[in-house]
Design a binder for this molecule. Structure first.
Ligand SMILES: [Zn+2]
Length: 191
């Protein structure tokens, strides 16, 4: 645990969990990977174990994150994909040299070419982003309904009607705001 740093919001889709490391992009933005060590922590939680990370590698990671955010947002609303962001995703995917390993128990692990290669981990994230943006996986890219968030997320619900990137934060806040509005309405007009 890293005390004093913002918590991570963990989803089950690697690429959009990664874009969630910067939240409230349209409000008071929260940077959840403020230091190289926090990127190491985030990667480890997501099965990508690197032992070191330089400031330049953190910059590269954030560059990829914003590229994924831009392209996923465009894909969610059906506009043209921004070329420079697509290029960054492709470059990161090409630079990565991680190998998928099947365990005896039938699970997939990622083996990086070196524990110092943050680039390998970014390659895995870039490839994950490509698979959801290209529509290869069962789900729908959508934008969070919270005006201060508008994060791109991957909706895998049966009905494809999920509205928030995260139920515990954005979804909950919306629910509380609705409740408060309803309470003040009933206080104004008691009957
Ligand atoms: Zn949200």
């Amino acid at each position: 645990m890293s005390v004093g740093f913002p918590d991570f919001r963990l989803g089950n889709v690697l690429a959009t969990s990664f874009t969630g490391t910067l939240s409230e992009r349209h409000g008071e933005a929260v940077e959840r990977i403020p230091t190289p060590h926090r990127l190491i922590d985030w990667l480890q939680i997501n099965g990508l174990n690197v032992e070191s990370c330089t400031a330049a590698q953190l910059d590269r990671a954030r560059e990829l994150r914003e590229a994924v955010h831009a392209v996923a947002t465009a894909a969610a609303v059906g506009s043209d994909l921004p070329k420079s962001a697509v290029q960054i995703i492709n470059d990161c995917s090409i630079e990565g040299r991680a190998a998928a390993i099947l365990t005896a128990g039938g699970n997939r692990l990622w083996r990086l070419s070196s524990p110092a290669r943050v680039e390998d981990a970014l390659g895995v994230i870039a490839a994950d982003a490509i698979s959801i943006i290209a529509g290869e996986r069962d789900g729908r890219l959508a934008l969070c309904a919270s005006q201060t968030c508008q994060a791109a997320f991957f909706d895998t619900s049966q009905s494809r009607t999920r509205r928030w990137c995260d139920m515990n934060t954005c979804g909950n806040r919306q629910k509380k705001a609705r409740l408060k509005a309803a309470q003040s309405r009933s206080a104004e007009s008691p009957n």
